[in-house]
Design a protein around this ligand. Structure first.
Ligand code: SAH
Length: 234
């Protein structure tokens, strides 16, 4: 975990990938090729991963690790998930869809990296963050990408974000003891939700929820590791 870092130290804009040593697009493409060999990764997700500069979302001192399959600190004790987990979660959301999801909700904007990917994969994206320092940092880091379909909200995401509901896809980047009822209620029929859930002390799994006209079908998948879902805005 990174030491807390005041938002004022957030970079004004993505800078050159210090320490990458190679053209960042080539290093990123190599990461995408490694991810393509994993089972169940959707090609549209790989295309989005090839476009979004992950190095621009992490501290310059960590940019040389940006295209390794590792989670990295993003300040205020939070982390950006490792690319294979991001690719897996986004693929689960998109699997079996003929069309891109019209509306997406992300809980936990963090540095904004996954939000940038979602904005390439979905019609409209609402991304909610509870820490003002990270909400502001994501806004700054995302500005150069000019993603007009992405809305960043400073709010407690345990309540979802009712004003834009229902959502075709919902994805969470923080693990709670259950999937909050508000998220289930705000998922559209035919929609898909993916969230890490704490099922035992120190044990998180990815939970996949599909909403049908009859109700919600939940499946627990592989073990993962996420930061905790917390209440309130600070
Ligand atoms: N998708 C992010 C990952 C960030 S880590 C990225 O690409 O960087 C998870 C984030 O969830 C943290 O920033 C944390 O502050 C946030 N979070 C935790 N509980 C939350 C809540 N109740 N509402 C909104 N965000 C929350």
């Amino acid at each position: 975990m990174a030491p807390a870092r005041p938002a004022s130290q957030a970079r004004a804009a993505p800078t050159a990938p210090a320490g990458l040593g190679l053209d960042s697009a080539a290093v990123r493409q190599a990461m995408v090729q490694r991810l393509a060999s994993l089972p169940g990764i959707e090609s549209v997700v790989l295309a989005a991963l090839a476009e979004v500069p992950r190095h621009a979302f992490v501290d310059p001192a960590l940019a040389n690790q940006a295209y390794q399959d590792t989670s990295l600190p993003i300040g205020l004790g939070q982390t950006i998930s490792k690319p294979s987990v991001v690719a897996r979660m986004l693929s689960l959301l998109l699997q079996g869809r003929a069309e891109p999801p019209a509306k997406a909700l992300e809980i936990g904007t963090g540095c904004g990296y996954q939000a940038a990917l979602l904005a390439r994969l979905c019609g409209t994206v609402v991304s909610v963050e509870r820490l003002k320092g990270l909400h502001d940092k994501a806004r700054t880091l995302l500005r150069p990408l000019a993603l007009r379909n992405l809305h960043l909200v400073l709010a407690d995401g345990t309540q979802g974000y009712p004003s834009y509901a229902p959502y075709d896809v919902i994805v969470a980047a923080a693990a709670g003891p259950e999937v909050p009822a508000a998220w289930l209620a705000q998922l559209a029929p035919g929609g898909t939700l993916v969230a890490p859930v704490q099922v035992a002390v120190g044990k998180h799994v990815l939970r996949l929820v599909k909403r049908t006209r009859q109700g919600w079908q939940q499946t627990d998948l592989e073990e993962v590791r996420f930061v905790p879902l917390k209440f309130g805005v600070i």
